[in-house]
Design a protein around this ligand. Structure first.
Ligand SMILES: C[S@@+](CC[C@H](N)C(=O)[O-])C[C@H]1O[C@@H](n2cnc3c(N)ncnc32)[C@H](O)[C@@H]1O
Length: 406
């Protein structure tokens, strides 16, 4: 490849089988205990929320999902991701004056770390909700830190537990690979529509999913070209199988900014204050890139940012109805928003980037156009999986790629 400096991939290849989320299947046992709310002195506020609507069923896939979060390793990995955890801590401290004396719900509290950050920031009460058995550990951590009067751990689904008051703040770390994998954002939407008071704060407030064409000759050489000459033996007949095994499904790995051929394209902008469950079922976008260099084009990378903006100014605070009809409402200090980025040019996180590779690279010239369309759809089989349909064309040839992030 001409005119490019290259660096080896910094991360290991996990091919989507990262332990953050278990694959499909049936949970070994039903550990799910709903409605185990332990509320102390909370007064119920009638808020016109969807109390009468039946919660969605907790499927075997959901049970397997919550089971996957009962292992400590997954929480250790997330907490050790300093970019992630320190950005959340900073965001909570940045909004301390808002959080002080307020009621918070932590959607998917895990070990309770974000709930405790909120309690330390002066929250009056924090509902720490998690359907996984890790909630039992969170409760012990809360006790060990003498915060039982402030942090109320609810072991159950956000969709099932009861909180008998409005909340001022929702905090949640809901982002999956490619932002939308895991479909946990849906539970944040449920929490928002059930409990958040108008003008309340959601952390993070918004998110953007990006994509860009990528060149990655080292990765291709390591997985495919390797078979050309193995200890002097021509093993190239294995190459088609190697391509299938390496590149059939999305691959979660760390690339660098040098792998990226163009400016990124925004696939989806998520405003956590206004996004609906329906919008998340399927996302489609048309893209048009122009390669900034001559290079073999190996596939597309996806990554995301989330932002921690303040809530709408009080006098500007709409009801939940007008929020929906006015998605562009102004928030305080949007220019000072803190950003958690998983971009290739930024420090790596446990989310890495999600790669969709082609079986064979396309040689592109500088300024060559790459255009097409991508559709991301929640899998009908398991809404936590994501079906990816990619149509792309360049240099007079067009292609279709279908894969599943599972
Ligand atoms: C990515 S982890 C974040 C854990 C913790 N907040 C942290 O930052 O370390 C997401 C957690 O949300 C929980 N979760 C996901 N969906 C949920 C739901 N609908 N109701 C309750 N808990 C949920 C999972 O069990 C998991 O522990």
């Amino acid at each position: 490849m001409e005119g490019m400096s290259r660096s080896p991939p910094a991360g290991s290849y996990s091919n989507g089988h990262h332990h953050k989320l278990l694959g499909g299947g049936t949970a070994q046992r039903d550990h799910f205990r709903s409605r185990r709310s332990r509320q102390s002195g909370v007064t119920r506020v009638s808020s016109g929320q969807q109390e009468t609507e039946a919660p969605p069923p907790c499927t075997d896939f959901d049970k397997a999902y919550f089971q996957s979060y009962s292992h400590v390793g997954i929480h250790e990995e997330m907490i050790k991701d300093r970019v992630r955890t320190e950005t959340y801590k900073t965001a909570i401290l940045q909004h301390q004056s808002y959080i002080q004396g307020k009621v918070v719900v932590d959607v998917g509290c895990g070990t309770g770390i974000l709930s405790i950050f909120c309690a330390q920031a002066g929250a009056k009460r924090v509902y720490a909700v998690d359907a996984s058995e890790i909630a039992l550990q969170a409760n012990e951590v809360v006790k060990a830190n003498n915060l039982s009067d402030t942090v109320i751990v609810l072991h159950g689904r956000v969709e099932d537990v009861q909180i008998d008051e409005e909340v001022d703040v929702i905090v949640s770390e809901w982002m999956g690979y490619m932002l939308l994998y895991e479909s946990m954002l849906g539970s944040v939407i449920v929490a928002r529509d059930r409990w958040l008071r108008p003008g309340g704060l959601i952390l993070p407030s918004n998110a953007v999913l990006y994509m860009a064409p990528v060149t990655h000759p080292d990765r291709y050489a390591e997985s495919i070209d390797f078979w050309r000459n193995v200890y002097g033996i021509d093993m190239s007949p294995i190459m088609p199988l190697a391509k299938q095994c390496a590149f059939e499904e999305p691959s979660v790995e760390t690339i660098s900014g040098e792998n990226v051929l163009t400016w990124p394209h925004v696939v989806k902008h998520v405003d956590c204050y206004t996004i609906t469950l329906q919008e998340l079922e399927s996302v489609t976008t048309n893209f048009k890139f122009q390669s900034m260099m001559r290079a073999p084009f190996h596939g597309f990378a996806f990554w995301f940012d989330v932002e921690f903006c303040g809530p709408a100014a009080e006098n500007d605070a709409p009801s939940s109805e007008s929020t929906k009809s006015n998605p562009r409402r102004k928030r305080a200090n949007p220019s000072e928003a803190l950003v958690l980025s998983t971009a290739p040019e930024d420090p790596p996180t446990h989310w890495q980037q999600t790669m969709i590779y082609f079986y064979d690279p396309i040689e592109v010239e500088q300024d060559q156009v790459i255009d097409g369309k991508v559709t991301l759809t929640q899998s009908k089989e398991n809404a936590r999986f994501m079906n990816i349909h990619l149509e792309y064309a360049s240099g007079g040839r067009s292609f279709v790629k279908e894969c599943v992030l599972r």
